[in-house]
Write a protein that binds this ligand. Structure first.
Ligand code: MEV
Length: 443
């Protein structure tokens, strides 16, 4: 059978599954069919909701939804929901939360909330005329967008400013309307894109009739209108601090611990290979909360990593100092997120996550997410500079290996106990399962 198809989106879900199974799973039909169907929800309303999030849904893809309790943020306690598959992340977050709970908790503060969108266009005339034209039509750009902005304005948000930017040094004939927005508790993508498309319409229409252009045969040609996921002015800061003496770990003194920890941060500040992994660890925490709260993790990832390179080289998102015997560790990240609209009102688990967090507004959620990132980085650096990362990772990974080998409940219990006092590696676990099974057979 040919592997291309037309009209796929028009088929029913079971027709789609049949086609996929027949076309791609020869001699494996029954298993493929069963796997795809076992993830479907028997609650038809809930399933329909998920079906309609995207096109061509054939089943659901589960991720674990876990909780990291004991996060004290600005003197308020949170249990943070995290959706993630990586085995050690929730455990690490919970550890860091508990560690800082005993040391005053986390402080977080939103620094700015400005979002950005651009109308990209070409223009082949002189800049002075374009500038005069832009100043002339700026009130009209704002006025024409009023039907879109009036509700947002009532709530205290809206368009902050529109600037004309000359980019012809970098690209011939290229200009922008660079617009800034305050979208309050909404992530704001639809609002911003609707405003931008209206700006583009007004710009095109006004340019057609503008004397300065027609007499010189200058043309304004719209290329595209879209929000930017680079939001260096939508930034939140989270921090922990305590006396150095309060940071001793087992037989490691506070001073020794902090000295290595700060060096590890400094390495990530100047060394790209390390910075990327360091920031990846931060995003383990950030993405997990972003996903659990129904926000767009791709937008967050793109914006955060661009921010990490804002000074010309890719660098650490966290920083650490000691001053007067006080250790301070902080993060500053851009987060354009929402607590209303999109999936936030639609997905039952996301709604539950918001209830669990005490129905935060967007600023509060920015603070929680930044704290999750900082906590994750603290946990990773703490392990890396003391025991090494594998001790904790392999402990969490043990269950994955046991599941991979189909260990039953009794086997799991025995092997988890065994590996409490034995070093864990993939081979060691496989060998232990085999030994256990061999012994059971011979019993
Ligand atoms: C693994 O997911 C994350 C770490 O590699 C982060 C780091 O190295 O800082 C442990």
């Amino acid at each position: 059978m040919s592997k291309s198809i037309s009209g796929f989106s028009k088929m029913s879900k079971s027709q789609k599954i049949d086609w996929i199974v027949e076309t791609f799973f020869k001699n494996y039909e029954e298993t493929a069919n069963q796997i795809l169907k076992q993830y479907l929800n028997s609650d038809t309303k809930l399933q329909q909701l998920h079906d309609e999030f995207i096109e061509n849904t054939i089943t659901n893809y589960y991720l674990p939804f876990g909780i990291a309790p004991n996060f004290l943020i600005n003197n308020k306690l949170y249990a943070i929901p995290m959706a993630i598959e990586e085995s050690s992340v929730v455990a690490a977050a919970s550890n860091a939360a508990k560690f800082w709970l005993d040391r005053g908790g986390f402080k977080a503060e939103v620094i700015s909330t400005t979002k950005v969108g651009q109308v990209h266009f070409n223009y082949n005339g002189d800049f002075k005329t374009l500038e005069t034209f832009f100043q002339d039509i700026k009130p009209k750009l704002l006025l024409d967008a009023k039907p879109i902005t009036k509700n947002m304005e009532k709530r205290g948000g809206g368009i902050i400013n529109i600037e004309l930017r000359n980019k012809t040094k970098d690209l011939e004939n290229y200009y922008q309307l660079h617009a800034t927005f305050e979208t309050l508790d909404a992530m704001g993508a639809n609002f911003i894109n609707s405003c931008l498309e209206q700006f583009a319409k007004t710009l095109k229409h006004e340019a057609k009739h503008y004397n300065g252009f027609t007499k010189n045969n200058s043309i304004v040609d719209i290329i595209m209108s879209i929000l930017s996921n680079y939001v260096p002015e939508c930034v939140v800061r989270a921090e922990v601090s305590c006396e150095v003496d309060n940071l001793s770990q087992g037989n490691i003194s506070g001073e020794e611990f902090v000295s290595k920890f700060i060096q590890a941060v400094k390495i990530a500040e100047i060394e790209t290979y390390r910075a990327v992994t360091h920031n990846k660890g931060i995003m383990n925490g950030v993405d997990a909360v972003i996903l659990a709260t129904g926000n767009d993790f791709r937008a967050i990832e793109a914006g955060v990593h661009a921010y990490a390179s804002k000074d010309g080289t890719y660098s650490s998102l966290t920083h650490a100092t000691i001053e007067d015997g006080i250790f301070k560790f902080w993060i500053e990240i851009p987060l354009a997120i929402g607590t209303v609209g999109g999936l936030t009102n639609l997905h039952p688990l996301v709604r539950l996550a918001f209830r669990l967090l005490g129905k935060p507004n967007a600023k509060e959620l920015m603070e929680i997410v930044a704290v999750a990132g900082l906590a994750q980085n603290f946990a990773a650096l703490r392990s890396l500079t003391t025991t090494g990362i594998q001790q904790g990772h392999m402990k969490m990974h043990l269950m994955n290996i046991l599941n991979q080998f189909g260990a039953n409940a009794v086997e799991k219990e025995k092997l988890v106990t065994f590996f409490k006092s034995n070093p864990i590696s993939h081979n060691a676990v496989v060998e232990a399962i085999e030994n256990l099974r061999k012994n059971n057979k011979s019993d």
